[in-house]
Write a protein that binds this ligand. Structure first.
Ligand code: GAR
Length: 203
């Protein structure tokens, strides 16, 4: 059996997707190892989760760098040292520069709280309600320099009901995310993601 996939997780916040990935690994459902968790927020609970799991946790303070390019250069240096096979964005709330993204073609995954290409960017749950969408959900995709526009790997959707609020949608989207993110990473680990420029075929 091949060795576990080396992943580095980038996270800015609560880290529940990180936790699901770690739990999937522990349960034997995902053949991967989280080499490190890197955050741009010193108070990110994701870092706390990493420490509790004995995973290397790294904080990079954006205020020490004059611009995005310099921050991403520092981030790239840290990431390169860790030699990941896959970089996993799990609630990482910074837009990565093309300089970073182009270094890892089809090797950076992101989870986004909408059915892309609908609702790129922020406040997706509010926008779903405002526009009266019939369905909402989550998307795992590869990261390209254009925000939330890379090839889609997996999506899971559910019907929106009249009773839904941003909070209820957030909770239901999270449930979708917890299902598809570990699966997408396992597909990558198994070498099953065949990328064309616009989309991913799962063989
Ligand atoms: C997730 O819902 C993820 O889709 C979203 O942040 C949340 C992080 O939750 N990501 C984005 O909005 C990226 N643009 P978590 O920290 O509990 O995993």
């Amino acid at each position: 059996m091949s060795r576990p996939l080396r992943i580095v997780v980038l996270a800015s916040g609560f880290g529940s997707n990180l936790q699901v990935i770690v739990d999937s690994i522990k349960a034997g459902k995902l053949r991967a190892t989280v080499v490190a968790v890197i955050s741009d927020r010193h108070d990110a609970y994701a870092l706390q989760r990493a420490r509790s799991e004995n995973i290397l946790s790294i904080y990079i303070d954006a205020r020490q760098y004059p611009d995005r390019q310099k921050f991403d250069a520092a981030l790239m240096e840290e990431v390169a040292r860790l030699e990941p096979e896959l970089i996993v964005l799990a609630g990482f709330m910074r837009v990565l520069t093309a300089q970073f993204v182009n270094q890892y073609p089809n090797r950076i995954m992101n989870i986004h709280p909408s059915l892309l290409p609908k609702h790129k960017g922020l406040n997706t749950h509010e926008r779903v309600l405002r526009q009266g969408d019939s369905h909402h959900g989550a998307t795992v995709h590869f990261v390209t320099p254009e925000l939330d526009a890379g090839p889609i790997i997996l999506q899971k959707k559910f019907p929106v009901s009249r009773a839904d609020s941003p909070a209820s949608l957030e909770q239901r989207v999270h449930e979708c995310e917890y299902e598809i993110y570990p699966r997408a990473i396992q597909l990558f680990a198994d070498g099953k993601l065949l990328s064309t420029k616009q989309r991913i075929d799962i063989n």
